[in-house]
Design a protein around this ligand. Structure first.
Ligand code: PLP
Length: 461
């Protein structure tokens, strides 16, 4: 059988995919979720194009959870990494023995961070490690302030420190946390008044303000549903934090490196966080790489308080420099995120209207799109799936899951977010023609999932 091209239907898993999935099941932890797809790590992925082990072709609208922001196999990143590797040295306990390529990356990240205060940068291998370093800095700077504010639906990672900050799905935290260790969750400021109740409780003295060390927030919540702050509410919160000398930690692990149309999403809200966290797209996935960019006065006091083995890995540094070079040299990149992102949002709005028109007599609904730049999502919900208290149940997300799988069967990689969202996170180099193709496949996937025919009229395009 001929491998399927983008837009063509394929059985999933394919014959080779099936074999690999059976092998994977025997040795991979159960938490691995996908049961349909095995990608081919030896195929010539390029830009938005990917392959599975059966040779089927896919278009990437997920970027490996916001990692491959410059697409797959970008020549400049590949060359930078090969050049570094050709020298020979790879990694030698960089927190103990600093090297120029890592020192220069720290300098560049410190200069890129909003504000002009001096910064110190800790380099790591993942997002969760960047979060852990921030928590330790806060604790060592102000041990007398034992409370950290975090947000409902937040996601900050899987290690125990970041896990305590999560407000996302129960499965992430159940069994693993024995107390929240000073973390206090509050509503995400996604609409005006979202924090009214919190401020009332503070007013009643329910929480000792003098013990609050910091608030840790994703500027746009990624795993929790692509939730965007209301600018007024976020500013109100920021003023309150500043008035009470509470630090702001911006987790830009998913929103950073251009994803939302600014290099850091904090820039949208004129925020100058005390600590900024990046990872994911920092080295475009070429090598694992994360960074904790902190106000210099939050630095540790003593040598040995924090370190790691692989942080500052030389080829990860080379890749990260090449990523930063690209943003510096190619002004059209962020412009593209804003223009194409705007177009995609309009298209999704049109689709949501025609979808809801079609399903007006049923309980299935598609929400308006939300998000910034190329970090967008729509919800797809079965409104009838409710328990006796009227709360939506797990079954409410069944339509979402069906549609995601149908897109995969047509060569489009999208993923869910939160309990009922579908997110659109293409590489930032995506163009309008690719948006056209994506929309066509997405529409066909919806038609297949619900056995209907949507007459989709693009709105405002
Ligand atoms: N913070 C945010 C906002 C994330 O989206 C993620 C991962 O999805 C993390 C932290 C954890 O990053 P990692 O998986 O690299 O540990």
């Amino acid at each position: 059988m001929c491998p399927a091209r983008i837009g063509e239907y394929r059985e999933l898993p394919g014959p080779k995919g099936k074999e690999w999935l059976e092998r994977a099941k025997r040795v991979s932890i159960t938490a691995v979720q996908n049961e349909l797809l095995v990608f081919d790590d030896e195929a010539p992925w390029l830009g938005l194009t990917m392959y599975d082990v059966d040779g089927n072709v896919y278009m990437d609208f997920f970027s490996g959870a916001g990692v491959n922001n410059l697409g797959h196999a970008p020549q400049d990143i590949l060359e930078a990494v090969s050049r570094q590797r050709a020298f020979g040295p790879t990694c030698y306990d960089e927190t103990v023995f600093p090297v120029p390529i890592a020192i220069r990356l720290r300098e560049r990240l410190a200069a890129l961070a909003p504000g002009d205060q001096p910064r110190k940068v800790f380099l790591s291998n993942s997002g969760t490690e960047a979060v852990e370093a921030a928590i330790k800095m806060l604790e060592s700077a102000r041990p007398e302030r034992g409370i950290i504010l975090a947000f409902e639906n937040a996601f900050h990672g899987r290690t125990k420190g970041s896990l305590a900050l999560n407000g996302s799905r129960e499965v992430h935290t159940a069994h693993f946390l024995h107390g929240r260790d000073g973390v206090y969750h509050i509503p995400f400021p996604s609409y005006r008044g979202a924090l009214d109740h919190f401020f009332q409780r503070i007013g009643h003295g329910d929480l000792p303000i003098k013990e609050i060390n910091a608030a840790v927030l994703e500027i746009v919540q990624g795993e929790g549903g692509v939730n965007v702050p209301d600018p007024y509410e976020l500013k109100r919160f920021e003023s309150w934090l500043r008035a009470n000398d509470i630090y702001i930690v911006a987790d830009e692990i998913q929103t950073g490196i251009g994803r939302t149309g600014r290099f850091f999403a904090s820039e949208y809200y004129d925020l100058n966080p005390d600590i900024i966290l990046v990872a994911k797209a920092l080295a475009n996935g070429s090598d694992p790489c994360g960074a904790t960019i902190a106000n210099a006065d939050l630095d540790f006091d003593e040598k040995g308080q924090h370190a790691n083995t692989f942080g500052g890995h030389y080829s990860a540094m080379a890749a990260a420099h090449a990523v930063l070079d690209r943003f510096e040299q190619d002004g059209s990149l962020l412009r593209n995120v804003n223009e194409v992102g705007h177009n995609l949002k309009q298209r999704l709005r049109g689709l949501s209207q025609s979808f809801n028109g079609h399903f007006s007599s049923t309980a299935i609904r598609m929400s308006e799109p939300r998000g910034l730049g190329l970090m967008l999502a729509v919800d797809l919900i079965d409104e009838s799936a409710r328990d006796e208290y009227g709360t939506l149940t797990a079954e409410a997300s069944a339509p979402r899951d069906r549609v995601v799988e149908e897109t995969w069967r047509r060569g489009l990689i999208l993923e869910g977010t939160g309990t009922r969202g579908i997110r659109f996170l293409p590489p930032l180099i995506v163009n309008r023609e690719q948006i056209d193709i994506m929309m066509k496949i997405f529409e066909e996937a919806i038609e297949a999932a619900f056995d209907i025919n949507i007459s989709y009229t693009p709105d405002g395009v």
